[in-house]
Design a protein around this ligand. Sequence first.
Ligand SMILES: [Zn+2]
Length: 425
Amino acid sequence: MRLLIRKARILDPSQGLDLEGDLLIEEGRIVALDREIPPPSDCEIFEAQRLWALPGLIDLHVHLREPGEEWKEDLETGTTAAAAGGFTAVACMPNTRPPNDSPEVTRYLLSRAREVGRTRVWPVACISKGQEGRELAPFGELKEAGAVALSDDGRPVADSGLMRLALEYAASFDLPVISHAEDPGLSAGGQVNEGPVAARLGLKGIPAEAEAVAIFREVRLAALTGVPVHIAHVSTALSVEILRRAKEEGLPVTAETAPHYFTLTEEAVLEYNTQAKVNPPLRTEVDREAVRQALAEGVIDAVATDHAPHSPLEKEVEFPAAAFGLLGLETAVPLTLNLVREGLLSPLRFAELLSTAPARILKVPGGTLKPGSPADVTLIDPDLPWVVTEEELHSKSKNSPFLGWEMRGRAVLTLVEGEVRWRLR
Ligand SMILES: [Zn+2]
């Protein structure tokens, strides 16, 4: 089958392209990209005036809850939400039940992805067995089974010596390491950002330092070992400063943040709103502004969602008992587009943050529209207004602090290897 996407605004950071043009897809690959392509015979045409065509978006940080917590999400609903959000690939974190610390779990995820997945699924395996921080997982076997990266996400690796060993060992398998940067002693018992809001609510706070000291450790371990490290969900101004210095030093450190950190502040948890309870916690306006600037300046490399579904069983309870986490896959595009509308990001930088950079960090295919590449393509209507409702969301869970929000911008077509995986109405 041939598909010609006509007159889109083509945004491809891998080639530095921002032009109005056509994209021809044949047998799952991009075969041509030009200002005008005469329609070949036997060709479906998709008119894309005013739409943006990007290399398929890649979310390098999601929780699909399978295996073990399928009442919250499963591989099918999670990847459906991903496709609806414009993502053609997601990297799934290993804090499942059991955790992905064995080739059996990795292989299970990949076989489920082949059966029911709407997007590509890149399994991230554990750094330590059982995520217990004591003994390294079998990196070689995990890589052979199909894991693309390592992380104990959800739990920090508390032992610095073990983290050093993990970096050195991961390098021999060319597996990227993703750090959930949190000092567990400093964050212990914390519910929200430490500060006046925590005091007002009578909840224990998590200081910005819990994240910052852990990031500083990773930066120094990257310097010590020469091995790259990727920092997950950066939320504070202090963290941004540490990353800025590390990059100035030329250290191999990359970082992501999530849309909620550049959209919301700790004020969102006032009135004990458990939908906004997330780890790391929502921070202050100063932090939010620092994260926004860091995205514009390149101190933060990528936007990931940290999509973390929870059912009402885990959320409709009193605040201290509620689980951390919120949905991200279907609201990432409009929330990140807000930064484009505010003049902070160019459309090309938007595509870089959501596609090209995640592909580079994970070392997976994608992030490009170069002819010859698999046709993973996302078409976005950057101005389409819509309202976030439970009915609009495809996740099994509905724990979004953005329910009821009026959004602008949405994926209208998501193609994986040229196949339609999502089409808006
Ligand atoms: Zn995490």
